[in-house]
Design a protein around this ligand. Structure first.
Ligand SMILES: NC(=O)c1ccc[n+]([C@@H]2O[C@H](COP(=O)([O-])OP(=O)(O)OC[C@H]3O[C@@H](n4cnc5c(N)ncnc54)[C@H](O)[C@@H]3O)[C@@H](O)[C@H]2O)c1
Length: 432
């Protein structure tokens, strides 16, 4: 069993801390954020990811996981150091690798003896692994690009049953050593170079985003030609060449990865003189989806000043409390800018919404948010929201507009309950 340091105690780093400890390794997690480390030492995760808190606490009880703010402590005796720090988008779409470079710097300075293999899991600008390999070469340290494909809300499932493990390195022995860390996990393993590994992560997210924008583009047309988009995408998804994931029409994609990774691919194309058109269009379609909601409300009410809109679901998808780049947040901001009064409800993201200072009234229930509203928008596919009592919802509202941004509500049931329904190309067959 190995000793592993993990830099970055966030959504990715902690999944690897819990998972690798469960496989028997000893893990030291480093984060530069002291309050995060203090929280984690008390056994608290600080965000919602199913099963992860229990897994981490089990690792801590077995003395396999500890948390520190000191690179020197964490790297002492470590055979591997996983880098899982943020790489946010910058204004030109490129990925900001300053935190990553900061982590590399600290690893260089505080490496122990023998020096650890650097395993990069952050989503990085293509070329980072080669630069890092140069940076660490004088110390005899190897760099393996091991991009992460986990999906929040099902991150542990993805850790134990990944669709693939990608290991990019100039040093096959180092890549093999990383593969052995994952012993017990069955998945196709692809050995490649650093650049291909890094680009595979960006390209995978760009493809998923393209599927969402494709579904939204056909949804717009479906509404116009009298076809039902849910039935249409179901038919498409039965073709194994197409598949069903990410093919739902609605408010579009969000989160901390897809929007920034599409922007990063677009930036990469521009920088290397390739045509960025497809990626530009994917983002434009996505942003348009939210604007459609605003346009619809303006068409209905004229001015939105004083109009009350309830947004049900704030997290960028169900199963997480992550609201980073969530479509609901962007929509809320657009509505607030037009002087609408916005109330929000999310089954999991209360604390995050409060901490983010989102300027909307936060309700404790969907009915609380909808009370007195002129319109409601379903913005996250939470199962709890799909089962709401529609006639009751309608009764607590002042107006009758229901915008189903996630295909949660059957159009005819909404109409029966007295709603004026808009469903992004959902015409609706009679319920089964
Ligand atoms: N969240 C996901 O679903 C997901 C999936 C695949 C890949 N990724 C990628 O993984 C990377 C990390 O994402 P995340 O969602 O885990 O981020 P996160 O924001 O949840 O956590 C990152 C943590 O790193 C810490 N940190 C910042 N600089 C540091 C440093 N120099 N040393 C140690 N800690 C430092 C931060 O304090 C924070 O706690 C990003 O590049 C992201 O694109 C994320």
């Amino acid at each position: 069993m190995s000793r592993v340091a993990i830099a970055g105690a966030g959504h990715v780093g902690l999944v690897y801390a819990g998972g690798l400890a469960d496989l028997g390794h000893t893990i030291r997690v480093i984060d530069v954020d002291r309050s995060r480390v203090a929280l984690l030492r008390r056994g608290s995760l600080g965000f919602f990811e199913p099963g992860l808190g229990d897994l981490l606490r089990r690792g801590m009880r077995r003395r396999r996981i500890t948390f520190t703010t000191s690179y020197a402590d964490a790297l002492h005796g470590a055979e591997f150091v996983f880098v899982c720090v943020p790489t946010p988008s910058t204004s030109d779409g490129s990925l900001d690798d300053s935190m990553l470079r900061g982590a590399f710097d600290l690893i260089r300075r505080h490496r122990g003896e023998p020096s650890p293999v650097v395993v990069n899991k952050s989503t990085v600008p293509v070329g980072t692994g080669d630069l890092a390999a140069q940076l660490f070469s004088d110390l005899g340290m190897s760099v393996v690009s091991n991009p992460e494909f986990l999906s929040e809300g099902r991150a542990l499932e993805d850790f134990y049953h990944p669709s693939r493990i990608v290991l990019g390195s100039r040093d096959r022995a180092a890549a093999d050593a990383v593969r052995r860390l994952y012993a017990g996990i069955r998945a196709p393993v692809v050995y490649t170079d650093n650049a291909t590994a890094e680009f595979s992560k960006l390209a995978a997210n760009a493809f998923l985003a393209t599927k969402v924008s494709f579904a939204n583009s056909v949804a717009k047309l479906s509404g116009r030609v009298g076809a039902d988009v849910d039935a249409l995408t179901h038919i498409l998804s039965l073709d194994p060449r197409i598949g069903q994931g990410h093919l739902r029409a609605g408010l579009g994609f969000g989160g901390s990865c897809l929007p920034k990774d599409v922007a990063a691919v677009e930036h990469l194309a521009r920088r290397h003189g390739a045509d960025p058109g497809l990626f530009t269009a994917v983002t434009r379609v996505n942003v348009d989806q939210r604007s459609q909601v605003v346009d619809l409300l303006v068409a209905r009410y004229g001015s939105l000043a004083g109009r009350r809109v309830a947004i049900l679901g704030v997290a960028y998808k169900p199963g997480t409390d992550d609201v980073r780049d969530a479509p609901a947040v962007a929509l809320g901001q657009q509505l607030l800018a037009l002087h609408a009064e916005v109330a929000v409800y999310d089954p999991a993201a209360h604390a995050v919404i409060r901490a983010d200072g989102i300027r909307a009234r936060q309700a404790r229930s969907a009915f609380g948010a909808a009370r007195g509203a002129d319109a409601i928008v379903f913005a996250t596919e939470w199962p709890e929201l799909a089962g709401l009592d529609l006639p009751r919802l309608r009764r607590v509202m002042r107006g009758d507009v229901l915008i189903d941004g996630r295909g949660l509500i059957h159009p005819s049931l909404a109409k029966e309950a007295g709603f004026d329904y808009f469903g992004f190309g959902r015409v609706g067959r009679p319920p089964d």
